[in-house]
Design a protein around this ligand. Structure first.
Ligand code: SF4
Length: 354
């Protein structure tokens, strides 16, 4: 995977939502900094997991990459073109290659459309098929995702939650995309169904050479499916590494806290391992803290953290961390404070449970 070429290059991506006031003369009074300057690559054929607490900007990042939101600043390079600079017609034609699977299979399907119309809609929009060709492509896709093609004229309410998510996956596959943003695709499903959908996504990736950005707050789920993992906090990327490095050697204090919170079903290990408990809530993206945005909750913060925003730096090959502790190996909190074996056991135990 490390030799794979970037399929997408995201450079300095910002997504700020203005807040206006005034009944007659509207003026901008503030900005919600949902995504505040992300730079990373998505490699061809990989699954990049994107993790963080609710409201940290994960879903906004996925939508801004797909140009469902117009980014405030930055570039999204796909096959040599900056998607942010394309005119409407060109962007429309590129949308075939870049698709999304939504979190809520209940809300993301039009209840008045049949399954056939839902899955076939992208083919009509992009004028790729009509009539019998369209119907047979829809039925082929239904089979690929594990749905009975005889149900092509049924409506979404006639299917279970897991089946509806399969409809959403079939719709995303309709135009043979290269890249799919999976926006928490299993979090609204019963636990018993989650593993089936994860396995389906992995099978499809192998069969069709897909590249995923897999958004989740469930660390165990991300570990299971991801080649690399990126951790976000308050619109910023704080750590990016391979799944193995992330769980064996979590470096950013926020990542360490997230991983230390993964429960271990062995009471002996659970009782002895170190747990990092974060104080307070995530600050508002309307008024993010100065310097390192994590300094208000970081147990290791010092003066520099309040003044200076840390940049992502390579701590070992392919492992990037945004933390001043990297420059100060002797300081309290500098690595390695978390026992790698304990962490590994925590994660593998929780994956095995699925
Ligand atoms: Fe904590 Fe400072 Fe590192 Fe931010 S830069 S994570 S506040 S130690």
């Amino acid at each position: 995977m490390s030799e794979a070429k970037p399929l997408l290059q995201i450079k300095g991506l910002k997504m700020h939502f203005p807040i206006y006031k005034g009944a007659f003369v509207r003026r901008e009074v503030a900005r919600v900094k949902a995504v505040d300057g992300l730079t990373f690559d998505v490699l061809e054929g990989e699954t990049l997991g994107l993790v963080g607490e609710s409201g940290c900007g994960k879903s906004t990042t996925g939508r801004a990459i797909l140009q469902l939101y117009t980014p405030t600043e930055g570039e999204v390079i796909f096959r040599g073109e900056d998607l942010c600079k394309l005119d409407k017609a060109t962007l429309h034609s590129r949308r075939k290659d870049l698709q999304m699977i939504f979190q809520d299979p209940y809300a993301s399907l039009n209840p008045r459309m049949t399954v056939g119309d839902i899955i076939g809609e992208p083919l009509k929009v992009h004028k790729m098929a009509t009539g019998n060709a369209l119907l047979s492509r829809v039925q082929e896709l239904m089979e690929i995702v594990g749905l009975d093609p005889r149900f092509v004229r049924r409506y979404p309410h006639e299917f279970s939650g897991g089946q509806r998510q399969r409809i959403g996956i079939a719709r995303a596959l309709t135009c043979n995309p290269k890249f799919i943003v999976c926006d928490e695709p299993i979090s609204a499903l019963d636990v018993s169904i989650q593993a089936q959908i994860m396995n389906l996504l992995e099978d499809l990736q192998r069969e069709f050479g897909l590249t995923y950005l897999f958004i989740a707050h469930d660390l165990a789920a991300v570990r299971h499916i991801s080649d690399r993992i990126a951790v976000m906090y308050l619109g910023n990327m704080v750590e990016l590494a391979t799944g193995e490095a992330m769980y064996d050697r979590p470096t950013h204090p926020y990542t360490r806290a997230l991983i230390s919170a993964v429960p271990i079903p062995d009471p002996e290990i659970e009782a002895t391992r170190e747990r990092i408990v974060l104080e307070g809530d995530v600050p508002s993206p309307l008024n993010p803290p100065s310097g390192c945005v994590f300094h208000t909750r970081c147990p290791f913060a010092w003066d520099r953290c309040k003044k200076e925003c840390p940049q992502l730096k390579e701590s070992e090959p392919g492992h990037f961390v945004a933390c001043h502790l990297l420059d100060e190996p002797g300081r309290e909190g500098a690595l390695p404070p978390v026992d790698g074996n304990t962490t590994k056991q925590a994660v593998s135990a929780s994956v095995d449970e699925e």
